[in-house]
Structure formats: structure tokens, C-alpha cells
Write a protein that binds this ligand. Structure first.
Ligand code: NIG
Ligand code: FE
Length: 416
């Protein structure tokens, strides 16, 4: 089965030679072919180039992309998309003046979501999650990482991870799963956090590994959540099962999360709203991707991750949504890219690199997605007629996507 896109106004993020990480000044470069064709065969990118070089193979479906842009789908390397219900009441409490920390200390926040999730059936959790996933795909996301962490009991953490497994089985996009047992200390363990860490390490982790339910391990390394020592305890245990770290660090305070992540070869360290010069130099000597979640900064009115400082220090940089019910109830990567440009002073080229190639690195799918490269999956965004790719961040919050293709097939959401 062949599909040929013709008359593409701009074919974006074309990399003849695959690259897995783009850093520093190179992030300003976004390779584009104007007036291009793109040939897909059996769900894979087969060929591309200038219109005058269009191949003349027969038996192919033609899509005329006059005035439109074709680009690789977004890669969302950090989400908590599997959750039960919502936290709209906390949203209103924050509007009225309570802080995210105050809400959490009153038993709201992550513990609120955990209570709901524990009471929700597998079927209902799957149903809620699949609708969110379909909405994200329709917004252009073609690979996604999803975490556990709203279970906080053995049974509920496994339920979350099994929901992610079922999503992997039923959807064609790349999905990676992360075990985040250490997301918050459950109420019953407040006086004995070590007992909870032991439960995570000795009871839940072996079962996660046995059922092959996760690729990555995560910890919320933060004041009032899990210390550097706690984080190290979890990462060390996960190492035995081959789970690579992707951890939450430096969201509100800097307690050494970046260093412990790098020490354990984290694939990424995520959030980084508060970042020290020492953190920057530690990242310079590592293979760890710094990941920002600007939707969280926007929704909670907390500082934005200092993207300029990170990129100007010749580091790579990635963007993700953090889609979750508490700090970022949005899985819209287009808005993340726009926010990165508007609030973090990233150029459109830097933001698109951060949300495609570098994001693919941050969830270990660089070989499959993130660029227009022969042999990669035909996971593509076809835009509406637009002036240039800059229109995507410029028209923030607007929908510039005409269709999304996953493995060469046009994706259609189920009606709900
Ligand atoms: O990445 N910071 C930790 N976890 C999530 C939010 C969790 C919640 O509020 O439910 C985050 O922001
Ligand atoms: Fe998160």
C-alpha cells in the first residue's frame, strides 16, 4: 500500500542521516524542503524530495498538500494520561487563592487522584484514558510516554500499568510505560515513609518487572515528597530490573535531583523550573536529556524552565506536556510548542526540534519517530493551509491540523 503526498508547501524536519540528539546552536536549524513530495509504503517513509523528482510508481493513493505543511508527529515524552476523574474543584480552589502546595498538604493533589483511582474499575479507567489518548493523537501526538503513580498501592499501581499495556495493544502509536510508585507518600505511611519505599521496591517493582509492565522508572524527587536518598534507593532497585530512570526533579526546589538522575544514567530529567549553575554543569557531562513541561508552569503560575540558559550552554533540550489532572490538564503539544516560544523565548525551530527529535530521544524511540527520515514510521501531521511552520506557535491555541497519519493511516477519533 503506497501513499504519495504531492505539492507539499514545506516538508519539515527532514533528516537524511538520522540524528538522535540536537543541542545548543544546532537547535536553531530546522531542515525544510519546499514544494516537496513524500512517499509512504506499508506505513514507513519510503522516499521524499523536490516535486520535480517525484517518483512515477503506479498504484498509489495521492494526497495533494498544496498550501499545507507536512511534518513528523509530536513526541510527548512525559504524561500521566491514565487517571480517574478530575481535579476541577482544586482548580477553582487555586483560582480563589490556595496554592498547589497548600492543596496537597490538605490531602488534595496526588493523594486525591490516588483515592479516586483506587475506587475506579480497570474498565472505567481504560475508557477514560483511551478517550484522552485519542484526543492527544488527533492533536498531532504520534508517540507518548505514560506513567503510573496515581495508584500508590500494589493493586492500583498494577491496574494503572495494565491499562497502559492495553492502550499499547490497541493503539498504533508508540507508547512507553513508566513505573512511578514513588509519586507521593500515601496517607497511611506518613509516619513511616521507608515502609512505603520498601513496599515499592520489594512488593510492587518485582511484579512490574515480572509482567513486563514498564520500560522506565520515575520518582518525584522534591521537598515534602521523596529525598535524594529515597530516589537513589528506588533507582538502584530498578537498575536490577533494567528500568532506566526518567525522573521528576527541580519542580519547586533544587535538592540534588539532577545529580542523582545523571548518576543513575537517567534518560531524562524533567521539570527543571528551578535550575542551578551546578545542575547545568552536571548535565553537560551526561547523556541525560533535560525536559521542560511549560504547560505545568502555565497552569500553576510557577516559573518556566530556563530554556535559553540550557540551550545557550550547548545542551540539548526537549519539551513535553506533563498531561495530568493536577498540574497540567492538557495533552496539547501544539500549545506546549507555542508556550515555549512565547514564554521561554525559544525560536520556532528550537521548539519544534525539542518536541520531535529530542523528545524522541527522551523516550527512547529515536529509531522510529521524530523526523522525516527514510525507514522511520510514517507518523505525520498534515496541516491546514498555513503561511509557514511558525504559524503553529504564532496562532497559539488554534487548531492548524488537518489530519494526522499514524503508520501511514489517517487517524480518526471515535465519537464520544
Ligand atoms: O509532573 N510533580 C509531580 N507530578 C505531576 C503532578 C501530579 C498531580 O498534581 O497530580 C507533575 O506535575
Ligand atoms: Fe509529571
Amino acid at each position: 500500500m503506497k501513499t504519495l503526498f504531492i505539492n507539499i508547501k514545506e516538508l519539515i524536519q527532514v533528516r537524511d542521516v538520522p540524528v538522535s540528539v540536537i543541542k545548543g546552536k544546532d537547535m536553531k536549524n530546522l531542515p525544510v524542503i519546499k514544494n516537496a513530495f513524500l512517499l509512504i509504503e506499508d506505513g514507513i517513509i519510503k522516499d521524499y524530495g523536490k516535486m520535480e523528482d517525484t517518483p512515477s510508481d503506479k498504484d498509489k493513493k495521492i494526497i495533494d498538500a498544496t498550501g499545507r505543511i507536512v511534518m513528523p508527529t509530536w513526541v510527548d515524552s512525559h504524561t500521566h494520561l491514565v487517571y480517574a476523574g478530575n481535579r476541577e474543584d482544586e482548580f477553582v480552589d487555586r483560582i480563589k487563592g490556595l496554592s498547589y502546595e497548600e492543596i496537597a498538604s490538605r490531602g488534595g493533589g496526588i493523594l486525591n487522584s490516588a483515592k479516586r483511582l483506587q475506587q475506579t474499575s480497570f474498565e472505567s479507567l481504560y475508557e477514560q484514558s483511551k478517550n484522552r489518548l485519542e484526543e492527544a493523537i488527533a492533536l498531532g501526538t504520534g508517540a507518548i510516554e505514560i506513567k503510573s503513580g496515581y495508584g500508590l498501592t500494589k493493586e492500583a499501581e498494577l491496574k494503572m500499568l495494565r491499562v497502559i499495556k492495553k492502550l499499547k495493544e490497541n493503539y498504533p502509536i508508540e507508547i512507553k510505560s513508566t513505573f512511578l510508585g514513588a509519586h507521593a507518600v500515601p496517607q497511611g505511611f506518613k509516619e513511616n515513609k521507608q515502609a512505603y519505599l520498601d513496599l515499592v521496591v520489594n512488593e510492587i517493582l518485582p511484579e512490574v518487572a515480572k509482567e513486563n509492565l514498564a520500560e522506565f522508572i520515575d520518582v518525584f524527587c522534591e521537598t515534602d515528597y521523596f529525598s535524594v536518598a529515597d530516589t537513589e534507593y528506588i533507582l538502584k532497585a530498578a537498575q536490577k530490573y533494567g528500568l532506566q530512570p526518567k525522573i521528576h526533579v527541580n519542580q519547586f526546589t533544587t535538592i540534588g535531583g539532577v545529580a542523582v538522575g545523571v548518576k543513575y544514567d537517567a534518560l531524562s530529567v524533567d521539570h527543571l523550573e528551578i535550575l542551578t549553575d551546578e545542575d547545568i554543569s552536571i548535565l553537560k557531562n551526561s547523556k541525560t536529556m533535560p525536559v521542560a513541561l511549560p504547560g505545568c508552569s502555565f497552569f500553576l503560575s510557577i516559573p518556566y524552565t530556563p530554556a535559553r540558559k540550557i540551550i545557550d550552554n550547548n545542551l540539548p533540550f526537549a519539551l513535553a506536556t506533563d498531561y495530568n489532572p493536577g498540574s497540567t490538564p492538557s495533552g496539547n503539544m501544539n500549545l506546549v510548542v507555542a508556550t515555549a516560544c512565547i514564554k521561554m523565548k525559544m525560536t520556532p525551530e528550537e521548539a519544534i526540534n525539542a518536541a520531535t527529535i529530542n523528545a524522541a530521544y527522551a523516550m527512547n524511540v529515536s529509531d522510529k519517530v521524530g523526523s522525516i527520515t527514510k525507514g522511520k514510521l510514517a507518523n505525520l501531521i498534515l496541516t491546514k493551509p498555513i503561511y509557514s511552520y511558525t504559524s503553529i506557535p504564532y496562532h497559539f491555541g488554534m487548531d492548524k491540523i488537518k489530519s494526522v497519519f499514524i503508520k501511514g493511516e489517517k487517524f480518526t477519533k471515535n465519537e464520544i
